[in-house]
Design a protein around this ligand. Sequence first.
Ligand SMILES: [Cu+2]
Length: 148
Amino acid sequence: MSYTKLSVFFIATVTLLLTACGGGQANTNGAVDVEVVLGESSAGEFTVQSSVTEFKPDVQYQFVVTNKGQIPHEFMIIPITENMNMSAMSMEEKDAQALMIISEEELPPGATVEMDYTFTNIPEGNIEFVCALPGHFEAGMHTPITVK
Ligand SMILES: [Cu+2]
C-alpha cells in the first residue's frame, strides 16, 4: 500500500470511529467517558465545562468530574422545566428534581469523582449540568446539554 493510500485508509478509519461514537469514546468498561470541569474564571465567573454535551438514552456514561476551582462545588444533572425558577428553589427542592448529584462534600478543590449515569428516557425540559450551591448557578455555573 502506498503512503497516500495508507493515509486515506487511516483518515477513513478515524472518521468511521468518530462517527460511530457520536460525541464520546467508549472506555474499557464500555461506558462513554465524559470529562467535566468545575471552577471559577479569573473574571469571577463560575463555570461547568463538559467534553460531551449531546447524550443518548440507554447509553452508559462515565462522568469524571473534577473541581479545578478554589472553593467546593457540586455537580448535578437537572431538567429545568418552564415553571422552575432555580434561584427561588431551596437546595432540597433542587436535589429532588436532579437526575444525578455529586455533592459538595465529595468535590472540594482539587477533587475528582467518577460516577456512571445512564439516561433511561428523554427527560422533559431543558437539561443542564449545574452547580446549585447558593449563588453559583447565578454566577454562570450551568451548561445546557441535550438527550435525544
Ligand atoms: Cu459551584
